[in-house]
Ligand binder design. Structure first.
Ligand code: ZN
Length: 236
């Protein structure tokens, strides 16, 4: 029985190793996914900033078109002014021109403001592009770091699984089945074999009954904890 228990302990060590390696690989994958998500977000940010800049440019363009149109209108009125046949007509045209010029002053002010806004949007876009470059560099670095470690871990994991299969093949099938069942049922802690130390089960910290202590000492059969139902091994 001692040999079987030793095998089960070794099996558990291997299974714990597989769990730890798998967790580390998942962690690396999460790092990569995080870097990819950051890049996606940065690219989306550039698109938003680019769109905002285009809108600001379009607004400036619209104001400039309005100004051009108004200036053409002034030119037209000035031609009419030269041909004015009465003082009244002349005065009317002068008023019209003055009104357009006043509104053009406002338009010019709006154009300046809109150009400032466009400059700001351009700076935003540049900042967003810099953010994208950083995210790209971050992803490349993550890929560089992770890829090598990941490959090594995958190989280690494959070797460990092969070792596990070889080990499991040597264990008495009934005991192996028991081990797998307990381990499968204890997904949280994962352990199927626990030490008994100072007459206490180290799996659940409960005292072991004297008759079980005798069985553990004799080591002729598998002893299961009466509380946590794991395979107990005397820790001497
Ligand atoms: Zn226990």
């Amino acid at each position: 029985m001692k040999e079987t228990l030793q095998q089960l302990i070794e099996l558990q060590r291997t299974d714990d190793g597989v769990v730890a390696l798998t967790a580390r690989i998942e962690e690396l994958d999460a790092q990569l996914n995080g870097a990819r998500a950051a890049l996606d977000e940065a690219i989306a940010g550039v698109e938003v900033a680019h769109h905002a800049k285009q809108e600001a440019q379009a607004t400036t363009h619209r104001f400039e078109m309005d100004l051009q149109q108004a200036e053409a209108e002034i030119n037209k009125l000035e031609v009419q002014l030269n041909k004015a046949s009465s003082n009244k007509e002349y005065q009317g045209l002068m008023l019209g021109i003055a009104a357009i010029k006043a509104s053009n002053d406002k338009l010019e002010e709006q154009i300046l403001l809109s150009m400032d806004a466009t400059d700001e949007k351009e700076r935003d876009e540049e900042a967003a592009k810099a953010g994208q470059r950083d995210a790209e560099a971050g992803l490349r670095a993550a890929e560089g770091n992770v890829e090598e470690e990941r490959q090594g871990l995958m190989q280690e994991l494959a070797d460990m699984r092969t070792g596990r299969d070889e080990l499991a093949a040597r264990v008495d099938p009934t005991k192996l089945k028991l081990y797998d069942r307990i381990r499968g049922g204890n997904r949280k802690s994962g352990s199927a074999v626990v030490a008994v130390y100072g007459e206490y089960c180290q799996g659940c910290q409960m005292a072991v009954r004297p008759q079980d202590m005798v069985l553990l000492t004799q080591c002729t059969e598998i002893v299961l904890c009466r509380t946590c139902h794991r395979i107990q091994v005397l820790d001497t």
